[in-house]
Design a protein around this ligand. Structure first.
Ligand SMILES: O=c1ccn([C@@H]2O[C@H](COP(=O)(O)OP(=O)(O)O[C@H]3O[C@H](CO)[C@@H](O)[C@H](O)[C@H]3O)[C@@H](O)[C@H]2O)c(=O)[nH]1
Length: 351
């Protein structure tokens, strides 16, 4: 992390005990940050983190983004917010959509309002590819979170608090996701449960997601949305790559698509790409800052080069099985599992 941005600063991480929050907190403590505040609901996870990262600059706030007062308290006199608190399990949000509304939409509005009230200079909100053409309650609520974030600038021209969003795809080896599941199934000698072999997903590491948030934090103007370019793979190839690494004969059962799943995911729509700025590893989609009075738009015109395809996991660079293996070997968790299984040859060959 770029130390100069954080020296003497107080940074709040909502959802700070999750995989992303925990990683960011740890990295921020390696900078000259004055305080790193974790706002989250689960006191047990906070206690575990307190023991793991003994540092007097790390402060814990038990609270819920649904409750304005708890966000207000955690963000007083702070400088920056990384807003990662969310309900993000697709199936549970299908059964309890209003819970997703309360946390992902109302909670995000509370974060933006508290940020404005407390003079925070930058807020980065974490979104997901599932917010693009959403088909499930989790994605719909995240799409609304993006709208809430962007409306801050539309309704407060000249606001000092910059609010931006980042979108990323599946984080490899995140808690409860398919990679650790497949590895557990292989270790237990059970068949791999593939939903649909042709389904594609973007593949990103946790480190990529942290870099994306940092990039947004450094480059954001009011209402910007940042997308990380990422390769994809089919689930069949992913299963094959994992089996190859562990030297196992792959046995697969096809279990069918789960609740509200898509065959592919999109990280940006064609309309967004039409106005996006290509920034190398990232796309920046600026907010649509037109006035509610549309004559402003029609008088001045806005003719952009149209783009006819989405940034979709079915059409971006598709990794080969070999490339997926290489990507998996960059993950510390996979290397640890391989070492435990005595499969060190692949690790050595890769290093
Ligand atoms: O037993 C299984 C479980 C999953 N899959 C497939 O593996 C892929 C990835 O599944 P999973 O790791 O569960 O991730 P997603 O359901 O795509 O969603 C994850 O990734 C999102 C980001 O896109 C996060 O926001 C969600 O919280 C997180 O659940 C999907 O195509 C699934 O159909 C299987 O083939 N077999």
């Amino acid at each position: 992390m770029d130390d100069s941005k954080y020296v003497g600063k107080r940074i709040v991480i909502t959802g700070g005990t999750g995989s992303f929050g925990h990683t960011v907190a740890k990295q921020l403590l390696e900078t000259g940050a004055e305080q790193v505040r974790v706002l989250s609901r689960d006191e047990a996870k906070q206690d575990a983190m307190r023991h793991e990262l003994p540092d007097s600059r790390l402060k814990f706030y038990v609270g819920d983004v649904r409750d304005f007062d708890s966000v207000d308290r955690a963000t007083k006199n702070a400088d920056y917010i990384f807003h990662a608190a969310a309900l993000k399990q697709v199936p549970s949000c299908e059964f309890f959509p209003m819970e997703a509304v309360r946390t992902n939409i109302v909670g995000s509005e509370n974060v933006v309002r508290a940020a404005e009230k407390n003079g925070i200079s930058s807020v980065v909100c974490l979104s997901t590819d599932k917010a693009v053409y959403p088909v499930n309650a989790m994605g719909m609520s995240k799409a609304m979170m993006e709208k809430v974030a962007q409306s801050h600038g539309l309704n407060n021209p000249g606001a000092e608090t910059i609010v931006s969003c980042v979108r990323y795809g599946n984080v490899m080896y995140s808690r409860g996701s398919v990679i650790p599941l497949f590895i557990d199934q292989l270790k237990a000698g059970r068949p791999l449960t593939v939903t649909n072999p042709e389904m594609t997903r973007f593949l990103m590491s946790l480190a990529d997601s942290v870099s994306l948030v940092e990039f947004a934090f450094t480059n954001a103007h009011q209402g910007d949305l940042f997308v990380k370019k990422a390769p994809s793979s089919t689930i069949a190839d992913l299963a094959q790559a994992i089996a190859n690494l562990f030297g196992s004969k792959k046995e697969v059962v096809v279990i069918g698509t789960r609740h509200a799943e898509k065959l592919s995911e999109a990280l940006a729509t064609r309309e967004e790409l039409t106005r996006a700025q290509d920034m190398g590893d990232y796309f920046k989609v600026p907010a649509d800052n037109r006035d509610l009075n549309y004559s402003v738009y029609f008088d001045s015109g806005n003719i952009a080069q149209a783009c006819y395809s989405d940034y979709d996991s079915h059409t971006v660079e598709r990794l080969t099985v070999e490339k997926i293996e290489e990507l998996l070997l960059t993950l510390p968790e996979v290397r640890r599992e391989l070492a435990l299984a005595g499969k060190t040859a692949r690790i050595d060959a890769f290093s």
